[in-house]
Design a binder for this molecule. Sequence first.
Ligand code: ARG
Length: 449
Amino acid sequence: MPTVVLAYSGGLDTSVAIRWIKEQYNLDVITVTIDVGNARDLPAIAARAKSIGAVKALIVDGRTDFVRYFVWPALQAGAIYEGEYPLATALARPLIARLLVEVARAEGAIAVAHGCTGKGNDQVRFDVSINTLAPDLKIIAPVREWSMTRDHEIAYATEHHIPIQVTNASPYSVDQNLWGRSVECGILEDPWAEPPEEVYAWTSNPDLSKHNNGSQPQEPSYIEITFQQGIPVGLNGEEMDGVALIETLNKLAGSYGIGRIDHIENRLVGIKSREVYEAPSAVVLHNAHRSLESMTLSRDQARFKEVVAAEYSRLIYDGQWYSALHQDLAAYVRSTQRFVSGVVRMKLTHGHCIVVGRKSEHSLYNHSLATYDSGDQFDHNAALGFIKLWGLPLTTQAQVQLLPELGRGQFAERACGVGGRNSGEGDHKGPHPTPHRSRPYKDTKVAKG
Ligand code: ARG
C-alpha cells in the first residue's frame, strides 16, 4: 500500500489523524516524532502511534541540527519578529518539514502529513517548505480538512479505541522547543486580560522570584557568555555545546522570571492574534549578542544589519526559510559575524537581564578616543573642520531657502514639525503663537558627549 509520513506529536489531533488518514486516503501511515527539545516521553509516543495503527513509528533527534542550522543563524541575524517574538515555533517548522521530506524519500512515501489547522502560520510554513523541497509529494493536513471539533475528535478516538490523554482539559494551545514556548487560546484571546500564572511553565513569577520559598531574597546572578563569530560557545568560562547551553540558560533565567513575552502579532494569514511566549534563553542570548555587536560592528554595519534583521525575521515568520532571499541575507549576516567574538557579562535579576560588561579582542571601542580624562587622544580641533563640512549642506540650504522664511516666523515651527503654510497656524489664538522666534537656543546647556 502507498505510504504517507505523518509528523506525530502524540497529542489528540495527530493521534486521531493516524486512523483518519488510513480511512480517508487508504494509505499506510509512518509516523515521525521529531525532538526539537520539547521534552516528552518519545518511546511512549512512538508506542502509541503503533498501537493506533502506524506501520512504523520513527523518532528523530533534531536538537543539534535545530540549534546549529536554525537557532544560531537567527540569533546572529538578530531575528525577532515585530520586535518581540524570538521565533521559536517558526524556526522549528522548516527543520520538521525537511526531516519529513527526508523520511518520505527514505521510505518511498508518496505523501507527507502534518497536524496544522487552517488558520495559523504553521500550515503555511510546512506547506511552502515541503512544496519547495519536494514538489512531487502530496501534502495531507487532516485537521485543516476534517471539520471535527475537539469533542468530535474525542468521540472519534473513543469509537476507534485510540488511546489519548485528555485528562488535562487545558484550554491553551502550546508549542514548545529549545528556543521557546508558545501559548495561545483560552483567556489569552482577550487582549485586555492579564495572562494568568497557569500559562507559564518555564518561568517563575518575577514578582515572587525575589523570594526563595517566600522567605529569603534571591540574589542576582552574574553570568558570562562567550561568543565565537556570533555563536555562543561557553558559559561562565566553560565550553558548552549549543543544546546544553540553551537548556541551562532556560532553567537559570527562567528561575528569575526572565523571558515572558505578551505579544499581539500580525499573522501571515491576515489576523492579529495574542500569544504569550516564554523564551528565557532567547531573551538573554539576543541581549548579549546585540551588546557584543555594539562593540565589534561599525555604526554603518549595525545600522544596515537592523534592516536585514527585520527582513530576516519576517521571512522566518512567513515560512520562506528555503528561499534565495534567505540565502542572500544569511550571507550578509555571516559576513558581519566574523569579528563578533568575545565575552559578555550579564546580571540576572527579577524579570530582567542586564548587560553589565563586554570584552572582545576585536573591539572597536578605544579608550583613549573615548575618555574625558587624561590620556585623551581624540583630536578636538579636527572636530571643528568635521562639523563645518558635516553641516555644510544644511547651512547652504538654510541660507538659500529656509532662513528667508524666518522673517515670516515659519522656519522654527516648520523645523519642529509644528508649523508651516498648511498647518492652520494663522488660526492659532493661544498666548505663544511663535515660540523661540528669537535666540531659540538661549537656555540650552552644552552637555558632554
Ligand atoms: N504565533 C506563533 C507563530 O506563528 C506560534 C504558533 C504556535 N502556537 C501555539 N500556541 N501552538 O510562530
